[in-house]
Design a protein around this ligand. Structure first.
Ligand code: XUL
Length: 520
C-alpha cells in the first residue's frame, strides 16, 4: 500500500490527511481543534489572551500535545498508521519556537513518556509569537535602517520588513529579553519545529516557509548575513540550514513507531508553510492559475514565472515547494467584513448570493471602501466602511447593492494589489468558506476576467503536505498527483461576463477614493 500522510499545524487546529496512491482515494481526513481538544492551554482560537491587542503568542507545547492527541485518536478509531510510507506537513507561517543547547541530543524521545513532558524542558521561551502578532513596527523600522532601507530588504528577501515575520520578532526578543535570546541555541519556524519532533533530530528550514522570515536571500537560497546582523547578534548559529522543500529530514522517530504502529523506516519530508502547501493542495504549482482563499482574511497566491517584488511593499514572495517561487498577498478584511455587511442588511448567505446575481456589474456606480478592521493591504490603521454612491446606497436602504458593493470592492482591491505579479491567470481556484457562494465567485470571475473553479477538499494545506510526501517518496509526478487528488470540481466553473470597461472604471474610482480618504 502506498499511503502518505500530510499534517497541518494551523492557528486553530492540527489536521491530518492521508492519500492512498494505489486507489486514488483520500483515506483519512481529520482535525483536532486546539480549543476543544486541549482546553487546558486556554487558547480557544489558537493563541493566548494578551492585554496588548498587537501581541499574539501561542504555547508551542499545545502543538506538541496535539500530535500525540491526533495520532492516538485515529489509532483508537482503528486507523492503521503502519501503511504510511512518508510524512510531511504544513505549518502556520512566521511563528517561531526557541530551544536550548543540546535540544537535538535530547530528541531520542522515550515512548513511555508523553512527548510534551520531554519537549517542555527544551524550550527557552515558553510562548511563540505567531503570524497574528503585529507588535514589532519599531523593529521593522530598525531593520530597514540597519541595511539601508526597505528596498534592500524587499529585493533580497521578497518582502519589506513585516511585523509578523521572524526577523523583527527575533530582534524584539533580543531587545526586551537578551538573556532568553542568548540562552537559545536553535530557532525554528512552526513547520521545522514539527518536523524536528517527528524526526527526533535537528532539521533544516525549507525554502518555501524560510522565505517568510525577512532573513533569506531568495536568489541563492542562503541566509543573508546583512539581514541576520540587522536582526540580532549571533543569529546565524541559531538558525538551521535552509533546504529544498522535498528534503528528507530523517526517518520517523522510534517514539511514534512504538506508540502508534508506524513502520520503522517511515521517511519524514521537510515541512513547509501552510500557503506553500496549499498551492500544491490546490493543484496550482504551475503558473496559469492563481488561488483565491476566501476565509477570515482573504489571500491571493500563485506560482510565479519569475521572482518579482511588489514595489508598494504589500505582497510577498515565498518558495514554491514544487520549485521556483510563489506570490502571496494577504487581506485582513475578508469574510468577517462580508458577514458584517450581510448582517447589517439582514441577509443570509443564500440571499446574499442571490442579490449579487440579480444586480448588475458595476453596481450602478455605487461602491465601497471595504474596511471594518485595520488592513494590511493597503495599510489602513483607521478603517471605515465608506459607501460612495446614490442616496439609497449610502443610507443602507438598498440591501442588494450593499451585498454587491462589498464583494466588488474586495475583488477590485485584490486585483489591483495583485497587479505587480504581472501574471494573467486564466483560472482562479477558489477555496475557503466563501468559495461556496456562487454570487461571490461570479464577481471575482468578472473582476479578474478569469474562469473560477473550486476544489472539493477540506484542507488544501494538509492535502498539499500529503502530496509533497508522495512526490518526494515515489516517482509519481505532479500532474498525476493533481489529477487524482486536487482536480477542480467538475460541476462548478464560473465564467466571466464581458465587464472589462465597467471594472476599469470602478478600479479608477476606487484608487482615487483610497488616495483621498487614506492617502495611500
Ligand atoms: C501568510 C500568513 C498567514 C498564515 C496563516 O503570510 O501570515 O496566511 O500563514 O496560517
Amino acid at each position: 500500500m502506498h499511503q502518505f500522510l500530510g499534517l497541518d499545524s494551523s492557528t486553530q487546529s492540527l489536521s491530518a490527511i492521508v492519500v492512498d496512491l494505489d486507489t486514488g482515494e483520500t483515506v483519512l481526513d481529520v482535525a483536532a481543534n486546539f480549543g476543544e481538544a486541549l482546553p487546558a492551554y486556554e487558547s480557544p482560537a489558537g493563541f493566548l489572551a494578551n492585554p496588548d491587542p498587537l501581541v499574539r503568542h501561542a504555547d508551542p507545547l499545545m502543538w506538541v500535545e496535539a500530535l500525540d492527541y491526533l495520532f492516538e485518536k485515529c489509532r483508537a478509531d482503528g486507523f492503521d498508521w503502519g501503511n504510511i510510507r512518508g510524512i510531511s506537513g504544513s505549518g502556520q507561517q512566521h511563528g517561531t519556537v526557541y530551544l536550548k543547547p543540546g535540544f537535538a541530543d535530547s530528541a531520542n524521545w522515550d515512548s513511555g513518556q508523553p512527548l510534551v513532558d520531554q519537549v517542555r524542558p527544551l524550550l527557552t521561551r515558553q510562548t511563540s509569537p505567531i503570524w497574528m502578532d503585529s507588535s514589532t513596527t519599531a523593529e521593522c523600522r530598525e531593520l530597514a535602517a540597519a541595511v539601508g532601507g526597505d528596498e534592500y530588504v524587499m529585493a533580497i528577501t521578497g518582502s519589506r520588513p513585516i511585523e509578523r515575520f521572524p526577523a523583527s520578532q527575533i530582534r524584539k526578543l533580543h531587545k526586551v529579553d537578551p538573556d532568553t535570546y542568548e540562552a537559545t541555541a536553535r530557532i525554528y519556524l512552526v513547520s521545522s519545529f514539527m518536523a524536528f519532533l517527528l524526526s527526533g533530530r535537528d532539521v533544516p528550514i525549507d525554502f518555501g516557509d524560510g522565505a517568510g522570515m525577512n532573513l533569506l536571500n531568495l536568489a541563492d537560497g542562503t541566509w543573508d548575513p546583512k539581514m541576520l546582523d540587522a536582526a540580532a547578534p549571533g543569529l546565524a548559529d541559531k538558525l538551521p540550514p535552509v533546504a529544498a522543500s522535498n528534503t528528507v529530514t530523517g526517518e520517523l522517530a522510534p517514539y511514534f513507531c512504538e506508540k502508534y504502529g508506524f513502520a520503522a523506516d517511515t521517511p519524514v519530508i521537510a515541512w513547509s508553510g501552510d500557503n506553500p502547501c496549499s498551492l500544491i493542495g490546490m493543484g496550482g504549482a504551475a503558473p496559469g492559475s492563481a488561488i483565491i482563499s476566501l476565509s477570515t482574511g482573504d489571500t491571493f497566491f500563485g506560482a510565479m514565472r519569475a521572482p518579482r517584488t511588489d514595489p508598494k511593499g504589500y505582497g510577498h514572495v515565498f518558495g514554491n515547494p514544487a520549485g521556483g517561487f510563489m506570490s502571496l498577498i494577504c487581506f485582513k478584511n475578508g469574510s468577517l467584513t462580508r458577514e458584517h455587511v450581510a448582517n447589517r442588511v439582514g441577509m443570509d448567505w443564500d440571499a446574499f448570493s442571490g442579490a449579487i446575481l440579480d444586480t448588475a456589474p458595476g453596481n450602478n456606480g455605487n461602491f465601497m471602501l471595504p474596511y471594518i478592521e485595520s488592513e494590511i493591504t493597503p495599510v489602513i490603521l483607521e478603517p471605515q466602511l465608506k459607501l460612495i454612491g446614490d442616496d439609497n446606497f449610502t443610507s443602507w436602504q438598498d440591501p442588494a447593492a450593499a451585498a454587491r458593493g462589498i464583494v466588488e470592492a474586495q475583488a477590485v482591491s485584490m486585483r489591483l494589489h495583485a497587479a505587480w505579479i504581472d501574471e494573467t491567470p486564466e483560472t482562479l481556484l477558489a477555496t475557503g468558506g466563501a468559495s461556496k457562494n456562487r454570487g461571490i465567485l461570479q464577481v471575482f470571475a468578472d473582476v479578474f476576467g478569469a474562469r473560477v473553479q473550486t476544489i472539493d477538499v477540506s484542507n488544501s494545506a494538509a492535502l498539499g503536505a500529503a502530496l509533497r510526501a508522495a512526490h518526494a517518496c515515489t516517482d509519481v509526478d505532479w500532474p498525476e498527483l493533481f489529477a487524482d487528488f486536487a482536480a477542480p470540481a467538475a460541476d462548478v466553473a464560473i465564467h466571466p461576463a464581458e465587464t472589462t470597461a465597467v471594472y476599469a472604471d470602478l478600479t479608477e474610482r476606487f484608487v482615487g477614493e483610497l488616495h483621498t480618504t487614506y492617502g495611500v
